[in-house]
Design a protein around this ligand. Structure first.
Ligand SMILES: Cc1cc2nc3c(=O)[nH]c(=O)nc-3n(C[C@H](O)[C@H](O)[C@H](O)COP(=O)(O)OP(=O)(O)OC[C@H]3O[C@@H](n4cnc5c(N)ncnc54)[C@H](O)[C@@H]3O)c2cc1C
Length: 448
């Protein structure tokens, strides 16, 4: 099923729940993820419009999963039984200016939330490369942007309202639930159905984005720390060729003492004189404004604009989190694989993420550098490369992104999460019969 059909069917179901309380997709209209590389195991999708519908659905089903905006590349969201969609529950529920929080329905995307927040004078601390994703789905997999002082997007969560797998109400907050809260936020879809999510907000801010081209690898080796510290959020895009970083994206907050002073040269790289796409062959029309043009935070933090296709579209993605202290060693280890990687690569991106306390976050108690790969959609080739990359990064105990493609064995993966036993206990408490489990969770979390 293509994206347009999905949207049309969802819209029809949203306006006419009587006609389609349980949406079963027509033959040949297969339900797939955003990139189209993964076909879900069932196309039964129930679009919920109210809390009552969610609790009644959860009580009746033997097994199910919640589907967000379908942007994961692997089977983390998959179900063989049925999906619950909260897409139509996409409104802001409360904005508390004094507490500096916003509470929203779990169907909302960042693309919907951010302009609203800005219009009220508020902002989020960071965003991913694209605003198209649901807040609940993104936080459930520890989605992140960049910036060495910025935690992943889930670190902004201060409370969750959930419906458990058996249809009971559950509220957890940073203020009242301590450990259980830290365990539930990056919940991998295993704790409950998030119905409302509360996020920390701050005063709205303006940003400028600068792109530099062709940063010599030698400069990166000598000045990695200074380069990463140069902006609020820094992304390095590389194809691992020609001993250089192709593009350096520096996102700077327009505030006294924080603003990046753009000079024509930056550690040997040249300031771009036109907007660029991270995949330099593609049109920059889909990208957020660059060349130092001031704009609101939500139009500079993501690389891609709402309403336009993010990234390449037909692609695969993988990403690994490496402890920050091994950043350069890890980058150079991948650089040595350049001739194996490049034929299948569209682009790589290197970012930084601050440490956090969320049990299943790949940045749990670990400031990290992330090494990301946007691949051509050639799974036979990519599936052979991932073990090669993972072998190189094993010495750093790299953790893969939960929503992207990886090859690591469950034993290895689980050994990298010291709070995993606590997480298993927490999910068993709220989902004792494993109704929210699927093949991904059984393999990577619950297998012994
Ligand atoms: C083009 C592109 C660019 C990307 N850029 C980035 C990036 O910059 N940084 C980054 O870290 N990642 C990035 N990603 C990955 C993406 O952010 C994650 O895969 C994210 O989880 C997608 O959210 P979703 O709503 O589409 O999740 P889905 O794939 O729909 O679901 C993901 C998980 O969340 C669970 N879930 C969803 N909604 C709920 C709910 N209401 N209650 C309980 N569980 C729920 C699902 O069950 C599933 O387990 C990118 C992906 C794409 C396609």
């Amino acid at each position: 099923m293509n994206k347009r059909t999905f949207i049309r069917l969802m819209a029809a179901a949203a306006t006419n729940p009587l006609v389609s309380p349980l949406l079963s997709w027509a033959a040949n209209n297969k339900l797939t993820n955003w990139a189209g590389n993964f076909e879900y195991s069932t196309d039964h999708l129930f679009p919920a419009h109210s809390l009552e519908q969610i609790t009644s659905y959860a009580k009746k089903r033997k097994q199910f999963k919640v589907l967000g905006t379908r942007h994961c590349f692997n089977n983390i969201a998959d179900s063989t039984h049925g999906f619950l969609s909260l897409k139509s529950m996409d409104e802001v529920v409360a904005l508390d200016a004094e507490a500096q929080t916003v509470t929203l329905g779990a169907g909302m995307t960042y693309g919907q939330l951010c302009p609203y927040l800005h219009s009220k004078g508020f902002a989020l601390h960071n965003l991913a490369s694209l605003p198209h994703i649901s807040v609940a789905g993104a936080c459930s997999t520890a989605t992140h942007g960049s910036g060495e002082k910025n935690g992943n997007l889930a670190t902004a969560v201060s409370a969750l309202e959930m419906v458990t797998a058996d249809g009971e109400m559950l509220r957890v907050s940073r203020q009242h639930d301590g450990e259980a809260f830290q365990g539930a936020v990056v919940g991998l879809g295993a704790i409950g159905v998030i119905t409302k999510i509360t996020l920390d907000i701050q005063s709205a801010y303006m940003m400028r984005q600068y792109v530099y081209e062709n940063l010599p690898l030698s400069e990166l080796k000598d000045h990695f720390e200074a380069i990463e510290a140069s902006g609020y959020s820094v992304s390095l895009f590389t194809d691992w060729q020609k001993d250089r970083i192709r593009e350096v994206w520096i996102k700077s907050r327009d505030e006294a003492g924080q603003a990046f002073q753009a000079t024509p040269e930056f550690f040997g790289a040249k300031l771009a004189t036109r907007n660029l796409h991270p995949i330099s062959e593609l049109s920059a029309e889909n990208c957020t404004e660059q060349m130092g043009a001031p704009g609101p935070w939500y139009e500079r933090l993501p690389h891609f604009r709402m309403g336009f296709t993010p990234s390449a579209g037909k692609e695969l993605q993988s990403e690994y989190f490496v402890p920050r202290q091994h950043a350069l060693e890890a980058i150079l280890a991948i650089e040595r694989l350049r001739d194996q990687v490049s034929p299948y690569l569209l682009i790589s991106e290197i970012r930084t993420v601050a440490a956090d306390k969320l049990w299943m976050s790949p940045c749990y108690e670990q400031p990290s550098v992330t090494i990301h790969f946007t691949w051509k959609q050639d799974w036979p080739a990519v599936s052979k490369l991932l073990p090669v990359i993972e072998k190189e990064l094993a010495v750093f105990e790299a953790r893969p992104h939960w929503g992207k493609l990886f090859a690591m064995s469950p034993v290895e993966l689980k050994s990298r999460y010291k709070r995993l036993p606590d997480f298993i206990q927490l999910s068993r408490k709220y989902d004792p019969r494993g109704k929210l489990r699927n093949a991904f969770l059984e393999r990577n979390i619950f297998s012994s």
